[in-house]
Design a protein around this ligand. Structure first.
Ligand SMILES: [Zn+2]
Length: 235
């Protein structure tokens, strides 16, 4: 039977309850779209190409002119290789967004930090990172990729509840990234042995805001001690 089966097919009187349900259904369908449209963060993350970003490599999106694309891809390659070797296996590349100005930073979660990883799925490199030296830039990318590598092995629930301690996550990221800012000699680590290190991500973020506390350094020392008697496969 063809599509033109008869002039009355599909035409019938709508019941009052159906007439009521129609607008409710329209609102239910439109609501997520409206919510999405009103927040620049999810809009930009989901549709970077529609917000001025250009894909310079698979899953890597950059604001035109933010960085030299060859340079930033070299740093990413160094960081990915380092993290794959250190963690003992490749992790799928998260979607990476690279900002070139503070307007972009602000719409993607902050002007302050160098970079932010969101679980294993998203990594944002903020414009401030481009002002640093090359060895720090690549270490910061590796640091965030270490968080992504850990997130691919550990459940979000364990991370949120602190069952997987924030200090261990951060300490491993410092070790994995070979961060040039931190002195991790045994003498320095001994001085940091009494530093209180937060277990939950929320407490960690709060403590990290207190710039006089060397918690990243102390966490790396403690993570190295942890690795002396544990393996990454124990996480
Ligand atoms: Zn971190």
């Amino acid at each position: 039977m063809g599509c033109g089966a008869g002039p009355f097919l599909g035409r019938r009187q709508l019941e009052p309850v159906e007439l009521l349900m129609r607008p409710i259904r329209v609102i239910a369908l439109a609501l997520p779209v409206l919510v999405l449209a009103s927040f620049s963060f999810p809009r930009t993350v989901l549709l970077p190409g529609a917000h001025g970003f250009r894909e310079i490599a698979p899953r890597v999106w950059m604001q035109p002119g933010a960085r030299d694309p060859v340079e930033v891809l070299n740093e990413l390659d160094w960081a990915e290789t380092r993290i794959e070797e250190w963690w003992g296996g490749a992790t799928e590349r998260p979607r990476i967004l690279i900002c070139g100005d503070t307007g972009c930073d602000g719409s993607l979660g902050g002007v302050g930090p160098y970079a932010q990883a969101y679980d294993q799925y998203l990594l944002i490199l903020h414009s401030r990172l481009s002002t640093e030296a090359a060895d720090l830039r690549r270490a910061i990318i590796a640091h965030e990729l270490s968080h992504a590598a850990l997130a691919s092995r550990v459940s979000s629930w364990r991370l949120l509840t602190g069952d997987m301690p924030a200090w261990l996550n951060e300490g491993l990221a410092v070790l994995a990234s070979d961060d040039p800012r931190f002195d991790l000699t045994p003498e320095r680590c001994a001085l940091l042995a009494d530093e209180t290190l937060p277990e939950s991500m929320r407490d960690w973020d709060h403590a990290a805001g207190q710039r006089d506390r060397p918690i990243y350094q102390a966490a790396a020392c403690r993570a190295r001690d942890w690795l002396a008697t544990n393996a990454l496969s124990d996480l």
